[in-house]
Design a protein around this ligand. Structure first.
Ligand code: APR
Ligand code: ZN
Ligand code: ZN
Length: 361
């Protein structure tokens, strides 16, 4: 039987979100209904409601979530009712060119639920990133559910579904940070600070946090940054070089998404070092680099999508580290809020004083 629950809906471009009753169908073949326990507020949710992603309104927002599987459809073997799961927005197919070449994180055929959740008048909803978890229950593809240790706190676990995974993965997967490396992270919001944590997990010897906001730098320090640079007060390229014997960092992670920070990342790395691009630029942004520098410095410029994560490999591993007290996910939960407060959380996001607001059910 289809169920009616409350969800956060963006009806039209730029309009404040509101809570409405939605209809969640029974899971079809390969699908699962999940009772959501926690869902973080991410910039991408705001981009949806601002019309910056596409025009498929109305959207059911929320995509950074953990919960318990309530029911599964035919043919589902990966999860069962009662399982505690983290939802992911790239359920890989295992068959496409990327999957077959051993790069499932770039799967071209990721799976979402085929059935649609609707409003009570039958209007079809577009779930954010194929998830839609600002709702008491949501319908997803079973492959979007990754089972993890049920003893973990849902608010912390859900963060691995998006921003925190993006940051940790930028360091451990894309950047391939190694023991003893020097790492610089430019931009220490939720994603950049997660990259700081990832660099520490990977055994980096030096972790240089760069931001324009001293509070963010304090947080970075508490999470494992060994040095901080306020780039309003000092040239970050010079500062990073000074801290690395004049060389630049082995790995520089850009987590802002602006031309000036892309350029800083490029020049702050050591010869043959790696630049990991996590910050998402807008379509009109450009940088102008001398080709001789691109050629001469060698190394790699890599973009990092979803932390190049493989949920089945990375989510359980990171939850284990969290449970052992070796990964402080709770530090990213600045506040827990109710479903009705998502719009307020968007406003706080503009002020930049939160790492993550998390809706807890
Ligand atoms: N130099 C350094 N830091 C900067 C600069 C700058 N010029 N401009 C902004 N920042 C800092 C902000 O002070 C803030 O701490 O970058 C940080 C951005 O953090 P958030 O706004 O919390 O964004 P976050 O969720 O971390 O995402 C960062 O990664 O995944 C992408 O789309 C996401 O592009 C975004 C980026
Ligand atoms: Zn997100
Ligand atoms: Zn694939």
């Amino acid at each position: 039987m289809a169920q009616q629950v409350q969800g956060v809906i963006a009806r039209a471009k730029g309009e404040p979100v509101r809570i409405e009753t939605i209809v969640v169908p029974d899971p079809g073949p390969g699908e699962a209904v999940v009772r959501v326990q926690a869902c973080g507020v991410c910039h991408t949710d705001l981009h949806y409601r601002e019309g910056g992603i596409n025009d498929d309104f109305p959207f059911l927002l929320g995509h950074e979530a953990a919960g318990v599987v309530e029911s599964v459809g035919d043919g589902v073997t990966e999860v069962a009712p009662g399982d505690f799961v983290i939802l992911n927005w790239r359920a890989v197919c295992g068959q496409c060119r990327a999957c077959l070449r051993g790069r499932p994180q770039y799967c071209f055929d990721t799976h979402n639920a085929k059935q649609k959740m609707t409003l009570t008048d039958g209007t079809e909803l577009s779930p954010a990133l194929g998830i839609g978890a600002f709702a008491e229950k949501t319908l997803v593809a079973a492959g979007q559910c990754t089972k993890v240790d049920p003893a973990a706190s849902p608010a912390a676990a859900g963060l691995l579904g998006c921003g925190v995974m993006a940051g940790i993965g930028a360091a451990i997967n894309t950047g391939n940070v190694g023991r003893g490396d020097s790492v610089a992270v430019i931009g220490c919001g939720g994603v950049g600070n997660a990259a700081v944590v990832g660099a520490r997990l990977a055994g980096a010897a030096k972790i240089i946090a760069v931001d324009i906001d001293d509070e963010k730098l304090e947080t970075a320090k508490s999470l494992g940054a060994t040095h901080t640079v306020n780039s309003r007060a000092a040239d970050p390229i010079e500062a990073i070089r000074e801290l690395t014997a004049g060389n630049g960092a082995d790995v520089v992670i850009e987590a802002v998404g602006r031309p000036e920070t892309y350029e800083q990342a490029f020049y702050a790395r050591d010869l043959a070092g790696t630049v990991v691009l996590v910050g998402v630029p807008t379509p009109e942004m450009r940088i102008d680099l001398p080709l001789l520098d691109v050629f001469g410095r060698g190394g790699a410029l890599k973009s990092s999508w979803y932390g190049d994560c493989l949920p089945s490999r990375d989510f359980p591993m990171l939850i284990d580290l969290y449970q052992q007290g070796r990964l402080d996910l709770d530090a990213f939960v600045t506040e827990t809020i109710e479903l009705a407060d998502v719009e307020k959380a968007f406003e706080r996001m503009h002020h930049g004083d939160v790492l993550r607001s998390v809706v807890v059910f």
